[in-house]
Design a protein around this ligand. Sequence first.
Ligand code: WT7
Length: 648
Amino acid sequence: MSEELVFQPSADAVARTRTTAEQYEALYRRSISDPDGFWREEAQRLDWMKPFTKVKNTSFEYPDVSIKWFEDGELNVSANCIDRHLATRADTVALIWEPDDPKDEARFITYRQLHEEVCRLANVLKAKGVKKGDRVTIYLPMIPEAAYAMLACARIGAVHSVVFGGFSPDSLSGRINDCGSKLVITADEGRRGGKAVALKANVDAALESCPGVETVLVVRNTGNAVAMKAGRDVWVADEAKAVSADCPPEPMNAEDPLFILYTSGSTGKPKGVLHTTGGYLVWVSLTHELAFDYKPGEIYWCTADVGWVTGHSYIVYGPLANAGTSLMFEGVPSWPDASRFWQVVERHKVNIFYTAPTAIRALMGAGAEWTEKNDLSSLRLLGSVGEPINPEAWLWYHKHVGKERCEIVDTWWQTETGGFMITPLPGAIPAKPGSATKPFYGVKPVVLSPEGRVQEQVKAEGVLAIADSWPGQMRTVYGDHERFVETYFSTYKGYYFTGDGCRRDADGYYWITGRVDDVLNVSGHRLGTAEVESALVAHPKVAEAAVVGYPHNVKGQGIYCYVTLMTGEGYDDALKDELKQWVRKQIGPIATPDLIQWAPGLPKTRSGKIMRRILRKVAENDYSNLGDTSTLADPGVVEHLVENRLNR
Ligand code: WT7
C-alpha cells in the first residue's frame, strides 16, 4: 500500500537544492563508472597537508580483502573540522549545547573557542604520554567535552574509542581491554531525564579489571563528589590550565586510524569497527552536506548520542567539517514532558532535525497535542535513522512535526559504512514513506537471493549487499582482520554483506526490511542475541538461554528470552525480575529483557542446534506456521512453548 505514496519535493526544496534530479542521475552514473575521477574531485573539499596521488585501491576478493583510499595523502581531521574555518568563521557557533534541564543555561561554543578547548585537551593528552597511534577510551555524557575529546585525539593522532555512557562497567572494561587504552576520559556524572548517571563510579568499577589504564581524566560536570584515585585520576580543568592553548595538528596518513567504535554482531563479543582518516572525512562531510542540503549558518540538530556512530559522523565530524552549527542535547524527549524536543527547536530555531523512528513513535504515543505548544516554523528538513520507519510514523512526523512543509530524508547506513549509503537528496529524489530511496554517490547496492544470486531485474527481494568499496567504509575489525573478512565478505564472495534484508521496487527504490542475522535493533540500538544469552547463562541459576527479537510498538524490536533453569531451581516470577536486572547490570539498560519465558526445554535438532526460526515465530505470536519441525529431537517442546507464549 505504502509503495503508492510518493511525496514530490516541495517548491522550496527544489529552489534551494544544489542537486537536481538530473544531476543526481548523472553524477551517480559517473561515480560508478569513474570512481577515481569522481572521488579525486570530491576529496578536494578537504584541506590536505600533502596531496594524494592515488585514489582508490580496494579489493573485496575473499580472503584478500583490503581497502585503501587516498593512501599517499596526508591531512588532519581536527584541522579540517576547526582550523580551516578560523579565517572566515572564527565567531560562528560550532556547537550549541542544550542541557538536560530546561531551567539550566545553554552553551554556545564558537569555532575559536572550540580551537582553544581542543588544543588544550590535546596538550593534556600529550603531557600524559599519549602518542600518535595510542588508543584513548572516552566515556562521557552528551556534553561539549565529548566533542573536544574526540577532536583532541584526532589532533594528535590518537585513536579514540567512545563507549556509550549507558553501558555497564563490564561492557566498558571489555572495550578498554580489547583496544588496550592506557587513558580514559570521563566525567563525575552525567544527567538524563532529571537523573544522575554515575559515570566515574562505573569507570572505577571497570578499571578493577583493566590493568593497562594509567590515567583517568575527569570532567567536572554535575560537581557532585566522586572518588579520585591518587596517581591515576586528575581533573581535566586543572590540567588544561597548565598547558598551552595551541597545539599544531599532527599530519596523518589518509589511512591512519581515526577511531574504533564497538558494535554488536550476530556472534561473539562486540567488534571494534575501525575507521580511518581521509576517506571517512570525505564521506561524512559530503553526505552531510548533500543529504541535508546543508548550508553554513543553518542550525542542525541530530538527537543521537556521541556513543553511537550517528553521533560521531553527524554530530561531530560531518557538520564541523562543513563549518556547520551542530546542536548537542544532553536530555531525553520525554522529560520534563513530551514537548521537550519541540521546546529545543523553538529555543534555538533549529532548521534541520534528525532523529530515530523509536523516538517518533514514542512521541506519537504521547499525542500530537505536544507538537502544538511550540513554534516549529524554523524547521526545513527532517531526518530519520536507525531502523526502518513505518509509514504511519513517517506520516505523523511529516504532518505534526514538519507541518506538511518539511522534506523528510530516511537515511540507511551502518556503523560499518561510516555514513549514509541509501538516502534521498532533498529536492532531487521524491520520498516514499518507509523507503530510504536511492543509493548515494559511489554506492553500488545489489539484491542477492539467500543463495547469493544477483537479482538483475529492477523489482527484486532478498538480502542487501554492496558490490564495491566507498571511501567511508570500515577498514578492519580492530586487532582481528580475519574476523572482518569472515563477517562481511565470506557469505557472499566478492560483496560486502550488510546483514539487512531488502526489497527494490519498480522505481529502483530500496526498502530495508530489517536484519536477517542474529542482530537485534532495540530502539535503534544494535544488540547481538548472543550477548544477551551469555549474560543470562552467567547467572548461577540459568542452565541455557535463547534470545530473539519480536515486534515492539515503540522500540521496533523487543528482547524475548527463553530461559531454562538448572535442575531443581524454582520457576517463579521474582526470578524473572532478578534476571532482567541481572542482564541490565551486565550489559546496560538498553539490553534489559522485555519478556522472559520459562522453557524447561528448547527446540533442538538431533545434533543439538537450537532452532531459532521456531523461537522467533513463537515470539512473534505467529505459531500456526512453524515450518518444518520434522528434524526436532523432541517435538513436544514446541507445544509447551506455544502454550506458554507471552506475546499474545
Ligand atoms: C543497522 C545498523 C546507521 C546509524 C544508526 C544505526 C538499521 C539503520 C536504517 C534506515 C532501515 C536502518 C539496519 C542497519 N538501520 N538505518 N534508515 N532504515 N534500517 O547503526 O547500530 O550500525 O545499525 O540499523 O538494520 O543494518 P548501527
